[in-house]
Design a protein around this ligand. Structure first.
Ligand code: PMP
Length: 324
């Protein structure tokens, strides 16, 4: 017997049947999962699994909000979207822009994983590489952000997502990620920990949670200068993003590459969680915090490790080879 879905099928979240890929985007009624860690850290620690979002990362939220904001403010018809990205924002923007039939050009640091460049091109984006390290910068004059801005200045049809300045990036987390965490922990969350890129996540979630309860601790994780963790930004070597509100941050924890990658491997092997390196950095930071008993922690797992296999391969020794 065949089952036919009625042609007028509508999204029914109870059945997990969706009429449009955008209905898979997370919000308080369709939150990304909160998963408890049981082995790599002690205490009541949850990861919010953002890689289960439809385009694979925490940036699905910002991209959807940025695109909706552009549609509202400048219109999208006949436009060409440009964005500087370490990959995840560009991936979500390219996927969503395709639904509006608008072309996308992304400027990316050349060092980001090849996997991300292929994904961007699979989605139809034009990819321009710049000599930045891993996160778009605008300090060197040929950085990804500077290139995106000069492109947009050159022609009227170009429009910039501008995730480092665009407050819709923060609003996305204030209206979705924050309320989801509050509800999923039934208001018990005491610590929130996330990696620092544009600062959209920490600012939006931090603001929402502190409005609920000012004593909730907000922690941002920063990589070392010259790091190998795409998506994260070292404030020591890059300009502070304009949307980042440092006043919301109780602790800024620096996690170097080695502990971040060691923890990433432990999450794969001990928790069966195939996360990317920024999640390893978040969990390594959680392990260093002075967290009391009965203090639930929520960390952001921004993306999956499947788009970093070339990077992860560099960190593997001979240990995976069969023993004689
Ligand atoms: N982790 C990864 C893998 C990312 O791509 C990003 C986004 N740059 C972040 C963390 C940080 O998120 P945000 O930009 O909201 O600070």
């Amino acid at each position: 017997m065949t089952t036919t879905i009625p042609t007028n099928s509508v999204t029914d979240r109870g059945l997990r049947r969706y009429a449009d890929v955008r209905d898979l985007l997370p919000d308080v009624d369709n939150p990304s999962p909160l998963l408890r860690l049981n082995r790599v850290v002690t205490g009541e620690v949850y990861l919010k699994l953002e890689w289960l979002n439809p385009f694979g990362s925490v940036k699905d939220r910002a991209a959807a909000a940025i695109l909706a904001g552009l549609e509202r403010d400048v219109g999208l018809d006949g436009r060409h979207l440009v964005e500087a990205t370490s990959g995840n924002t560009g991936i979500a923007l390219a996927a969503l822009a395709a639904l509006h039939r608008i072309p996308v050009t992304v400027t990316v640091p050349e060092g980001i994983p090849e996997e991300k460049k292929v994904i961007l091109r699979m989605l139809g984006a034009e990819v321009w590489e710049t000599p930045d390290d891993l996160c778009p910068m605008d300090m060197p004059k040929d950085g990804a952000i500077a290139l995106a801005r000069s492109l947009v200045a050159s022609e009227n049809r170009f429009v910039l997502g501008d995730q480092y300045r665009n407050h819709d990036n923060v609003t996305a987390h204030y209206t979705t990620t924050g309320p989801e965490i509050w509800r999923q922990t039934e208001g018990r969350v005491r610590w929130f920990v996330t990696g620092l890129g544009t600062g959209g996540t920490v600012t939006g979630v931090g603001r929402y949670l502190k409005e609920r309860d000012r004593s909730i601790k907000v922690v941002a994780v920063e990589p070392q200068p010259g790091h190998r963790i795409p998506g994260l930004k070292s404030l020591a070597e890059a300009k502070q993003p304009e949307i980042l509100d440092l006043d919301l941050i109780d602790e800024l924890v620096r996690v170097d590459d080695e502990p971040a990658y060691d923890t990433t491997r432990r999450l794969w092997r001990e928790e069966a969680l195939t996360v990317g390196p920024s999640t390893g950095a978040v969990v390594a930071a959680i392990g260093r915090l002075d967290i009391g008993e009965e203090e639930p922690v929520v960390g952001i797992s921004a993306d999956s490790g499947f788009k970093y296999t070339t990077y992860l391969a560099e960190t593997l020794g001979d240990e995976g080879l069969p023993r004689p």
